[in-house]
Design a protein around this ligand. Structure first.
Ligand SMILES: NC(=O)c1ccc[n+]([C@@H]2O[C@H](COP(=O)([O-])OP(=O)(O)OC[C@H]3O[C@@H](n4cnc5c(N)ncnc54)[C@H](OP(=O)(O)O)[C@@H]3O)[C@@H](O)[C@H]2O)c1
Length: 282
């Protein structure tokens, strides 16, 4: 059974009463890592969930786990690297009569290497998954939340957003877009009863490094760089989202990295980026 005392505060302070039903959360990239742990966090706190990603068996297995926590878990596999797929997903959710109270834009992946050696098809897919899809989903789902004067949105960015990243240029640029969009929307949403939180994890133990070819980078391979568990990132992200915090960088060292990316000149930032992301010789 869900812990009723922990039922989310999205019904508080928004000028509306809870209508008695459990809030519904849509989680993208729910088949592994941070997304799966965010879905667990949501279910533990009394939410029903719609789980999406490409790998249906992983989503089904997570749905079984979350149903045991008392959540209604709906699986909707989708490849959001296909142009238009995110809007299609929003339409399918609408056609099923599902009303999203919490939107978690988490799906994403990276790529390592000099820009001119990156696979152009992979760049296209990354721009769709990391940039176009969260933009389209947020645009599709926000108006209903604003009309109901309640809702929570999360965009998952990264500490990679705070400085350009030679050797991981496209990925860092996608995450800078996400952070910029998130910070702007958090301001636009003031007074609407809806809040938006941009979550910026640093290196985290998930499938990300392997999927992105980043396992050998000092960022992931060096013992000197602290890594968080996806469960801890999800817990901190969930709490920040429910408090309506506009931006959360997880972990003390990551906060320092993000802060220095914002305040130090590029002459300082680039050598640090090189230490973490390796060489980018063409
Ligand atoms: N791990 C880190 O160090 C780290 C640090 C900062 C930020 N982040 C961000 O955290 C988010 C979650 O990543 P993670 O670390 O949890 O890595 P992960 O375990 O690899 O999870 C990535 C998720 O994105 C989904 N995804 C990828 N391509 C997709 C596509 N074409 N269509 C639909 N879903 C797709 C994957 O599902 P399928 O493969 O089943 O499609 C998976 O569920 C990402 O946005 C990532 O950029 C990660």
């Amino acid at each position: 059974m869900p812990n009723v005392e922990l039922l989310p505060s999205i019904f508080e302070g928004a000028g509306m009463q809870d209508n008695g039903s459990r809030p519904l959360a849509l989680v993208t990239g729910a088949s592994s890592g941070i997304g799966a742990d965010l879905a667990r966090e949501l279910a533990r706190h009394g939410h029903d969930v719609v789980l999406t990603a490409r790998r249906a068996p992983e989503l089904e297995a997570l749905a079984v786990e979350l149903r045991a926590l008392g959540a209604v878990a709906t699986v909707m596999p989708k490849d959001i690297s296909v142009p238009g797929a995110a809007r299609e997903l929003a339409r399918e959710i609408d056609l099923r009569g599902l009303r999203i109270d919490v939107l978690i834009n988490n799906a994403g992946f990276g790529d390592v290497g000099p820009f001119v050696r990156e696979d152009p098809d992979r760049i296209d897919a990354m721009l769709q998954v990391n940039v176009a899809a969260p933009t389209a989903l947020t645009r599709a789902i926000l108006p209903g939340m604003i009309a109901r004067r309640r809702g929570r949105v999360m965009l998952v960015s990264s500490t990679a957003a705070f400085q350009p990243g030679p050797n991981m240029a496209t990925y860092c640029a996608t995450k800078a877009y996400v952070l910029s969009l998130g910070e702007a929307l958090a301001r636009e949403l003031r007074g609407t009863g809806v809040t938006l939180t941009t979550l910026c994890p640093g290196a985290t133990h998930t499938g990300f490094a392997a999927e992105s070819g980043a396992e050998s980078l000092p960022l992931f391979s060096s013992r000197l760089v602290p890594k968080m568990s996806s469960a801890n990132v999800a817990r901190a992200g969930y709490d920040a989202m429910m408090r309506g915090k506009p931006v959360l960088v997880t972990g003390f060292v990551n906060k320092l990295v993000a802060f220095s990316g914002r305040v130090f000149p590029r002459a300082v930032v680039f050598p640090v980026a090189k230490m973490l992301l390796g060489d980018h010789a063409n």
